[in-house]
Ligand binder design. Structure first.
Ligand code: AMP
Length: 213
């Protein structure tokens, strides 16, 4: 079963993807994570990607489609969770073609609905465990008082370079201009299932579980 988690930055896609990986053995394909790895590679491409990401702009379709294709070819599991991909109509078309090429199809597109004010406060308060990627929020889910990650016990936490208000405004603009048309695209295909991303994390998980069956 292959699914897309669709929604603006801060909607909770990564958090829900991690849950599906743990409970169902699915494979999370986050182009954001892949690009964050690429930027530390020290290559010219990595440097270029870093500048684009920090500004909150979208990386070219060609780069991200290439990253996804590589993963589809090499990884096997109980289905893929596309997290942060596709982000443009060209990427959506490329994904259909790639899945068909690998004899696979798309099961569902989960649209995580949230409002913009919630996104700004969520993202500017966000940090993650440097070891396992567990997501924390200064207000709703603070790092435990003992300074240790509740998931893995790690004691190093990081904030993303693009999780600041200025870059977030650009990321939101990119989302509305280039990614939100995908909502209509998948709705018309009959694949779209909305969930309320503002609900408590566990409730969102339950809604997604109910959709996936
Ligand atoms: P994310 O972790 O999904 O919020 O992505 C962080 C940043 O990586 C985005 O702001 C973009 O600069 C870049 N990025 C991630 N996925 C894509 C994509 N599918 N297409 C273009 N750029 C992407």
């Amino acid at each position: 079963m292959n699914i897309i988690l669709l929604g603006p930055p801060g909607a909770g896609k990564g958090t829900q993807a991690r849950h599906l990986v743990e409970t169902r053995g699915m494979i999370q394909l986050s182009t954001g994570d892949m690009l964050r790895d690429a930027r530390t590679s020290g290559t010219e491409m990595g440097q270029k990607v870093a500048e684009i990401m920090d500004a909150g702009k979208l990386v070219t379709d060609e780069i991200v489609i290439g990253l996804i294709e590589e993963q589809l070819t090499t990884k096997k599991g109980a289905g893929f969770i596309f997290d942060g991909f596709p982000r443009t109509l060209a990427q959506a078309d490329a994904l259909s073609a790639l899945l068909a090429k690998h004899g696979q199809s798309l099961h569902t597109v989960i649209e995580m609905r949230v409002d913009d004010d919630a996104l700004v406060s969520r993202i500017t308060a966000r940090s993650t465990c440097a070891n396992c990627g567990e997501v924390y929020n200064d207000i709703t889910k603070p790092i435990p008082a003992d300074g240790k990650c509740s998931n893995c016990g790690g004691s190093e936490f990081k904030r993303r370079a693009d999780d600041n208000e200025e870059s977030l405004r650009t990321r939101l603009m990119e989302y509305y201009k280039k990614t939100s048309p995908l909502i209509g695209y998948y709705y018309a295909k009959g694949d779209l299932r909305p969930v309320n991303g503002l609900a408590d994390i566990k409730e969102v998980t339950a809604s997604i579980e109910a959709i996936l069956g």
